[in-house]
Design a protein around this ligand. Structure first.
Ligand code: ADP
Length: 609
């Protein structure tokens, strides 16, 4: 209950008022009691004095009957209890009891005081009346008699001869009743004050607490992400100051949060679009962050990886060892890994992130597959070109040697050698020309003369040109093309060159008895981008292995050197560049031992004409 500020204000208030009321009641009761008792004492004293004058003689004569009657009579008149005691202590008159049964009263407090000092007062419980009484006693004296002669031990030195003591007593009930009435009244007034004070305290506390409650609500809303809420600070007191300070803090906080969010989204955009894989691990080796590139390279996904151990995410033992080495040495470590199935070649660099609280680690994974492939292509290119040049050059050197050694003098043989030299030279010339052409096409120096042309104009010429060659090779060459094909956008000469190359390859790689077919068809492109014409050459030849298939469009790449014979390995590379220059695609499908199909696409021209 006292956790609320309101109660913390109200409770002490109530306590203070209650304590004050109680203290006040007790103090006032005490004062009133004293005052009333003093009044009573004065009155009783006056009455006793009055009586003392009237009973000097009967006392001196010890006239018990008169004294007793007198006591009763006075008592009747005043309502007080009246006792008359002889100087030696014998009760000689008593209003409220039988005097003969009463013991000696000399040493009653008030009587002893009266004997010694002339008057005395005592408050005590009277067994006779069963109540608290105030007793007031006065010494009754006769003129010119020595006190010492009568009492023996008395020290009273008043004038006259003491003959006895008259005592007047009254119960204190009335005073007590008055006082308890007074206390009750004070208590009631106190209680009313307490209730009023509680009300006021509640009001003040509520007013004080209201803005605090508002503050709590706004802070809670803010914690839930609503950073726009502000206070309307209307007062100039501490609460108003607090609200203004809070508003200022909220502004700063919002600015910081916005900046952080912007930075974060920038960072995550960079991470998302980075080609390199990024992983951050905790000091326990748990993956805290993994970007898209890393999930792609490691064949995982972010939801699976985050929170798991690095070893569970990467699998590869080289990468796990890299992490361990970096953790142990605290220094940057590098490793290259080849992933068998996916054929990826990865380089991973682990760097400790030296922050003061933890030893987190940054692992960057670079996909070098493409770089390595290009490297292989370059190596193969050099090796292929050397090989392609060496064979005809060696053959030429041999022929020249033979001619020099005398064959030149024998016209028949010389002519044969010269024909051979011519063939080799023309092969070399063709290779150099193809290389030059490829280089020109690759660097975009060959302008394409693109027009809307009918598809048969692209296919018939090469078909007819290669028909004799197919027949010589014992193959069936057929043309399967619908009549209603639309016009395509193409450089006729270049596309004929591509078709001829595909036909040439199909004939070269198909054993006798096989079949080669050229075909064309229209296909709708995705997402309503119009249509394209697909032209293809299919054969029943040796086919291409799955390993070689992705590489056959590279320069000088030959899947099967023995079979490719005089080919340069440049034909498909040139075809690829020509088709790409037409905004088309070129690809191949093949099953080893069954046959291959080469396709390329050309944009349809009809819609633009
Ligand atoms: P080449 O001058 O050797 O024919 P290409 O660039 O035209 O050069 O072809 C590259 C390689 O692709 C060939 O060496 C061959 O291994 C393979 N290839 C091309 N066409 C076919 C096909 N129709 N059937 C089987 N293999 C083929």
């Amino acid at each position: 209950m006292f956790t609320s500020i309101r109660w913390r204000i109200v409770f002490p208030y109530t306590l203070i008022i209650l304590a004050t009321t109680l203290g006040l009641t007790s103090y006032i009761s005490h004062q009133v009691r004293n005052a009333r008792q003093a009044d009573l004492e004065t009155r009783l004293l006056a009455e006793a004095r009055l009586m003392s004058h009237a009973i000097v003689d009967p006392l001196a004569a010890a006239d018990v009957a008169t004294l007793d009657a007198q006591a009763k009579q006075w008592s009747m008149a005043s309502g007080d209890r009246v006792t008359i005691v002889g100087i030696e202590g014998t009760v000689l008159g008593e209003s409220h009891a039988d005097r003969e049964t009463m013991d000696n009263h000399l040493y009653r407090d008030e009587i002893w005081q009266a004997v010694r000092k002339g008057q005395g007062m005592a408050i005590r419980f009277s067994r006779t009346l069963d109540a608290d009484l105030m007793y007031v006693a006065v010494l009754v004296s006769r003129e010119a008699v020595s006190t010492r002669a009568i009492t023996g031990a008395a020290t009273y030195s008043g004038v006259g001869q003491p003959v006895g003591v008259v005592r007047v007593a009254l119960p204190l009930d009335e005073i007590e009743a008055n006082i308890s009435r007074l206390s009750r009244n004070i208590m009631v007034a106190g209680l009313v004050t307490v209730l009023l004070a509680i009300g006021v305290a509640f009001y003040i506390a509520s007013r004080t607490v209201r803005p605090v409650r508002e503050l709590i609500k706004v802070v809670e809303d803010m914690a839930e992400g609503n950073m726009r809420l502000r206070f309307l600070a209307t007062t100039r007191d501490e609460i108003g100051q607090l609200m203004r300070a809070f508003n200022h803090m909220a502004d700063q906080l919002r600015e910081k949060v916005t900046t952080l969010a912007r930075e974060r989204s920038r960072l995550s955009a960079v991470l998302r679009n980075m080609a390199d894989g990024v992983i951050i691990t905790s000091d326990l080796g748990e993956v805290i962050l993994i970007n898209h590139a890393a999930t792609r390279m490691l064949r995982t996904d972010e939801d699976h990886a985050v929170g798991r151990s690095f070893a569970q995410v990467v699998y590869k033992h080289q990468l796990i060892e890299l992490w361990n080495r970096c953790q142990q040495t605290g220094k940057e470590q590098t490793v290259t890994v080849e992933t068998g199935m996916e054929g990826l070649f990865l380089q991973a660099v682990a760097t400790p992130l030296h922050d003061p609280v933890s030893s987190r680690m940054l692992i960057i994974i670079r996909d070098l597959t493409q770089v390595r492939r290009l490297e292989t292509v370059r190596r193969d290119f050099i090796s292929n070109i050397s090989h392609e040049l060496r064979t005809p050059l060696a053959s030429l050197a041999l022929v020249v040697e033979t001619l020099k050694d005398g064959a030149v003098d024998e016209p028949e043989i010389a002519r044969h050698f010269l024909t051979h030299m011519e063939t080799e030279l023309s092969a070399l010339t063709q290779m150099v020309e193809e290389l030059l052409e490829l280089s020109r096409i690759e660097s975009g120096r060959v302008p394409l003369d693109i027009h809307a042309v009918p598809v048969d104009a692209l296919m018939n010429r090469p078909f007819e040109r290669l028909l004799p060659q197919a027949e010589r090779a014992g193959l069936t060459l057929s043309n399967s093309m619908p009549d209603d094909l639309p016009l395509v956008l193409a450089d006729g000469v270049r596309i004929q060159q591509v078709v001829a190359n595909l036909l040439h390859n199909a004939i070269k790689f198909t054993p006798p008895g096989g079949a080669v077919t050229v075909f064309a068809k229209v296909e709708e492109m995705q997402a309503g981008e119009g249509a394209e014409v697909i032209i293809g050459v299919t054969d029943t030849g040796v086919g291409i292995s799955a390993g070689d298939l992705p590489r056959i469009f590279e320069r000088f790449y030959k899947a099967d050197r023995a079979r490719s014979g005089g080919g340069t390995g440049l034909g498909l590379a040139i075809a690829k560049h020509i088709i790409q220059g037409h905004n088309g695609r070129i690809w191949a499908e093949s099953i080893e031992g069954v046959g291959s199909t080469f396709y390329f696409s050309l944009p349809v021209a009809s819609s633009e004409l």
